[in-house]
Design a protein around this ligand. Structure first.
Ligand code: DX5
Ligand code: ZN
Length: 220
């Protein structure tokens, strides 16, 4: 079986010590950095923008998994590619021409991801699943870290996994929001491939151990 991926979300890092927290992830068993971009329009919060992503890119030694919670993401595809993003995930709800947007992301050499809000039905991806490298299922409402996990997520993951298998697609399933050691195993069993964890990792006393434990649970 393919190794399951842990992606600590830098949204929960200490921004005054960002380099330190990036090094923690570099030295950990996590495989990806999850980087949340919020525009204050698509979601009610503003996180950080290009200068910060540029700074992250200077120190991050692992895959940069960028999650855009912004309207009209096509405007910034080239820019995020230039800033070192390896994966670029846009929101289904923010794209009128999803197929075109995905092609534009891939044309820049990045993996293309589609994120779904908690209310968005996974079946909406049926006709495009083969074009998607990663589906990110939001397990909280996007906009803030530290919220509690929405239980309906498991059902969505199972249905999406079934769709992927039925169509022989290679799409990976990523879960974002409220991930902890309490739900990690069940999410993987339901079909998840990637677990994003913000608060659970960065608010922990021993971040390296927390990442290691989460990765072990995901791969047990
Ligand atoms: C929320 C972001 C998440 C967030 C997860 O809008 O997309 O990536 O950082 O944070 P936790 O793990 O604290 O729920
Ligand atoms: Zn995210």
């Amino acid at each position: 079986m393919r190794e399951k991926i842990i992606a600590p979300s830098l949204l929960a890092a200490d921004f005054a010590n960002l380099q330190r927290d990036i090094e923690t992830v570099n030295n950990s068993e996590a495989q990806w950095f999850h980087i949340d971009i919020m525009d204050g329009v698509f979601v009610p919060n503003i996180s950080f923008g290009m200068p910060v992503v540029n700074a992250i890119n200077k120190h991050a030694k692992k895959t940069m998994d960028v999650h855009l919670m912004i309207v009209d993401p096509d405007r910034y595809i080239k820019e995020f590619a230039a800033l070192g993003a390896n994966n670029l995930t846009i929101h289904y709800e923010a794209c009128t021409h999803l197929h075109r947007t995905l092609q534009a992301i891939k044309a820049e050499g990045m993996k293309a991801g589609v994120a779904l809000n908690p209310h968005t039905n996974v079946d909406l991806l049926k006709d495009i699943i083969k074009d998607i490298d990663i589906v990110l299922i939001m397990s909280v409402n996007p906009g803030f870290g530290g919220q509690s996990f929405i239980e309906n997520t498991y059902t969505k993951v199972r249905r999406l996994k079934e769709m992927i298998l039925n169509q022989n697609a290679e799409t990976l399933i990523e879960i974002d929001g409220g991930v902890t050691n309490k739900n990690a195993e069940k999410l993987i069993k339901a079909g998840a491939d990637i677990l994003v964890a913000g608060s659970y990792v960065f608010k922990a006393e021993n971040q390296l151990e927390t990442i290691k434990d989460l990765k072990n649970l995901a791969n047990s």
